[in-house]
Ligand binder design. Sequence first.
Ligand code: ASP
Length: 442
Amino acid sequence: MSQEYRVKVAKFGGSSVASSWQFRKVRDIVAADPARRFVVVSAVGKRDKHDVKVTDLLYLVNAHLHYHVSCDDLFGTIGVRLSEIARELGISYPISQEFGLFRERAKTGCYTEEFIVSRGEYFTARMMAEFLDMPFVDAADAVVFNHDGTLNKERTGERLRKAAQDCAGRFVMPGFYGATEDGQIKLFDRGGSDISGSVVARCLGADLYENWTDVSGFLTADPRIVDDPLPIPHVTYAELRELSYMGASVLHEDAVFPVKEAGIPLVIKNTNRPDDAGTVISAADDAESRQIAGVTGRRGFVAVRTTHARSVPVSSALCRVLAVVERFRVDVERVSTGLGSCTLLFEADAVKECLYPLVAAIEREAGPESLEVVKDLALVSTVGRALPDRPELSGRLFDALGRAGIDVPFASRNPEEISVTVGVQEASFEDAIRAIYAAFVS
Ligand code: ASP
């Protein structure tokens, strides 16, 4: 893939910069391809699953400062993690002094939460810039936020292009934050360095946005459920949306928009296995695909099913039921109607406090002939852009579930028809995923 691209933006997530060892991997990856001219980094993250991210520690620091509780040990932990990396790599940036200054000033209460939290990315990028021998660009000078916290795309574009020019077309920039024109630091959502990378790719007209993390892209199924699931080589944006919504989380959802608008493909790559192909995300729906892209799902749903007298049109029955739901201010996950019946599916958490008052109100105000609550449901989505054109695939899906003896009390197809979602009892959730995976992938 490397030769075809002139300009790549490479964003490295927290685990990719969690230690001096990981910094070295980043250097090898960047050095391996001269097109990797713009590097965006997250803050030093977890070295293993028991570790703590620097960003989480900084949030804690802020909370301690806010309540005037001593947090010297937290500052100490962060300082040690940062200076250990610098020492092990022979970095001359005076991280201990700089971090010490930050700590002393932070204790006076002069910093906002956003400023404190952004220092994770800032210090990580300072060290990375020196280690890669690339110019450092502070996101506070390049990523412009409006006061309402939204990104000022125009000004950001101008500033980033100017920064690229001033730095002779190469730089390292911290992700996750930017600043308003008057210098107030603002953050994207958690995991937002993915968005920073995407914004840089878009503004600098990159040919490819590489998102380096600790997995080799999206997998066709959850590895906790299916042994060694195959990776997904390519997904379209629409497939990605379905997969992410139903549970597959590798990338911040909003990271897709800037590159999608500009038609820049995005690839998820594994810093620990750089030769793995990863998953390419692009608009190209003619790219080679398997029968399905993947199968995913979530537990924790509850259905409310009503039946109505024949004389009541389904639309009126549905309106009455939804009017009650709206008043309770809960969102409906899916709706399906049949002859004289309506089924509403809710996230169990969303109705946990109000399920029975809601049901009572529906009974009172919508006057159904019967009402049934079905708890402990899970949704399983089979996603694939081939689904609309190949009716035999849906047939095979239901056949696989039938053969596995799994009842499907609920089924729906998304509007673009690239996914089929079935509701199953939570007890059958994993079996359903395995059955579908076996029918299509393995
Ligand atoms: N460091 C930030 C976080 O932990 C942003 C990021 O990693 O993308 O959420």
